[in-house]
Design a binder for this molecule. Structure first.
Ligand code: UDP
Length: 321
């Protein structure tokens, strides 16, 4: 099959490209590299079934079809990045989604939107089920991300209802793994970078807020299963193992062998207090559940980050055993 993927040079996008190329498909990859990195896909660049185009999907662009499927992953997914670029974030969810839906409509292709657990905001229902409508501050600093994804979901459903498009919506919870950007400010790269350099771990607030972390290969497997399914309504994809940020910091210290202290910093505005996906729907409909244990996934990620850091900056911590 021939696929169009936006955000293909990003963290999740580049792993999706690897899986689809390995499965024998052809890919036209779009990215404007605002947060993606050439390096994430450079190993694919000479592949005869892979083509990278430097395109901002929020602007007018054309790409010759036909495609069998369109995957829309382009977005600024880290709070630091979307707070730095709120307008671009809103545009990738609005114009970007519209442009990609139009291509899917042109080619009668399947369409998959990568949405987010941020649609639930600071949730009052726990764990979060897809039928929960969320608790989002529409004018707070995070709203550029949350509301653009909520709009993108609404637009996707409208294209399905009006044009009969075969659409899919994945609500992705916190995901981690190799190819995350070292400096994107999210807790996984931040803690790993700090632990490996021997610097204090910056815990925001009291660290009692919770997150649930899914390894990237599990997530990509869920996306592929969803694209093949007939489900049109949102499906949560994430790992239900819920940890406080303090517990997470302990895992990082243990697995990096680094005894760095914690440094408490102010909690960002509207930072969700708790987050855990209810994945009953994905289990039932897609036969999907995460398989990679946190410890295993973190070891693989640590190995990647060690390789990326300048050896002169890596403190003399024990290598992961
Ligand atoms: N966080 C932290 N220290 C950091 C970065 C993040 O304590 O250096 C916290 C953040 O406040 C949030 C959680 O870790 O409660 C996850 O943050 P992240 O930015 O990774 O993703 P989010 O789930 O907020 O989108």
């Amino acid at each position: 099959m021939r696929f169009l993927i936006s955000g293909a040079a990003g963290f999740i996008g580049s792993h999706l490209c690897d899986v689809l190329i390995d499965a024998g498909h052809s890919i036209v990859a779009l990215d404007n590299l605002i947060t993606g990195s050439h390096r994430n896909v450079e190993h694919l660049e000479r592949h005869p079934r892979f083509e990278l185009r430097l395109v901002d999907v929020s602007r007018d662009f054309s790409v010759p079809g036909p495609f069998d499927g369109v995957w829309h992953l382009a977005s600024l997914a880290s709070p630091k990045d979307y707070l730095d670029h709120p307008i671009e974030t809103l545009e990738s969810g609005s114009s970007g989604t519209r442009n990609l839906l139009e291509i899917a409509r042109r080619d009668n292709a399947s369409f998959l939107l990568t949405s987010t657990s941020e649609c639930y905001g600071d949730p009052q229902v726990h764990p979060q089920v897809e039928t929960y409508w969320g608790n989002v501050n529409p004018v707070g600093p995070r709203s550029c991300y949350d509301e653009s994804k909520r709009y993108a979901e609404a637009l996707t459903m409208a294209y399905h209802r009006v044009h009969g498009l075969k659409t899919h919506i994945a609500r992705i919870f916190n995901t981690y793994g190799p190819r995350m950007q070292l400096n994107d400010g999210r807790v996984v790269p931040a803690f790993l970078d700090q632990a490996l350099r021997g610097e204090p771990l910056t815990v925001f607030g009291d660290g009692k807020q919770t997150r649930s972390f899914c390894y990237v290969s599990d997530l990509v497997d869920g996306l592929c299963r969803l694209m093949e399914s007939g489900e049109r309504y949102p499906v949560n994809l994430g790992n239900p193992l819920e940890l406080t940020i303090l517990e997470f910091a302990e895992h990082i210290r243990r697995l990096t062998g680094s005894n760095v202290p914690l440094l408490h910093c102010p909690l960002p505005q509207d930072d969700p207090r708790q987050r855990q996906p209810d994945i009953s729907k994905a289990r039932q409909l897609l036969g999907w559940f995460p398989r990679v244990e946190l410890e295993d996934g973190l070891r693989r990620t640590i190995e990647y980050f060690r390789g990326r850091l300048d050896p002169a900056l890596v403190s003399a911590t024990a290598p992961p055993s």
